[in-house]
Design a protein around this ligand. Sequence first.
Ligand code: NAP
Length: 252
Amino acid sequence: MSQLFNLSGKTAIVTGCNTGLGQGMALGLASAGCNIVAVNRRSPEETQRRVEAMGVSLLPVEADLASTTPIDDILAQAEEHFGGADILVNNAGIIRRSDALDFTEKDWDDVMDVNLKNLFFLSQAFARSCIEGQRRGKIINIASMLSFQGGIRVPSYTASKSGVLGLTRLMANEWASHGINANAIAPGYMATNNTEALRNDPERSREILGRIPAGRWGEPEDLAGAAVFLASDASNYVHGHTLAVDGGWLAR
Ligand code: NAP
């Protein structure tokens, strides 16, 4: 059974893994034997140290995923250093909070560009490289509770994460026959930079915590198991699914 989850010799591109959930998933994949191509705006020093301590390699690639410009270079570096990537974790994401009545076009475009547009075009480049290299591929998109719910004061985030769920299904429909699994993980309310404002607001924090059946905020390491499952042979017949890792939030 452990062979099903073994990622030895595999390579994963993980975006936004210098901190937070991306770091938690990169460490999970590394612990299953996977090399990491770490795509970040700045050096992922802590992640690199912890990944290398597990005896696998981490290649840092500096890229700002606000634009599609770095995408070809990311794939080229993965090819050059590891002979290509087997897994893509589209984790990098941002959020902007403001009442819908006041929401600006800039806050709309900034969030949609990172969370949705570049997730799609990086996935497209990855899928092309898998097909050309005749490799199986695993795409793991990071969705949200707001792929299922409306949210409050985060219009572009809700639009982008609802889009991630739909695009995950589209990718599965088009690429499953090429041996590529496209799935998503929808984290619940997790203790990272993304939710700092919520956790610092005593009223919102109390409301959120009171609604989580598990009775706690999620931690980055809570995503490791789901990431390894969706990256490994254990999920070879799982396509287009969005797996909630939410302490039971959606069950309420
Ligand atoms: P985080 O700590 O803010 O991490 C976000 C990551 O994305 C960081 O590494 C960040 O890099 C990177 N990033 C942002 N913009 C980028 C850009 N233009 N180019 C390259 N990298 C960029 O938040 P997180 O909670 O771990 O978020 C990770 C993912 O989970 C996001 O997609 C988020 O929407 C999703 N999510 C989070 C929660 C939650 O409760 N925390 C729930 C559901 C979904 P920098 O450090 O340079 O900013």
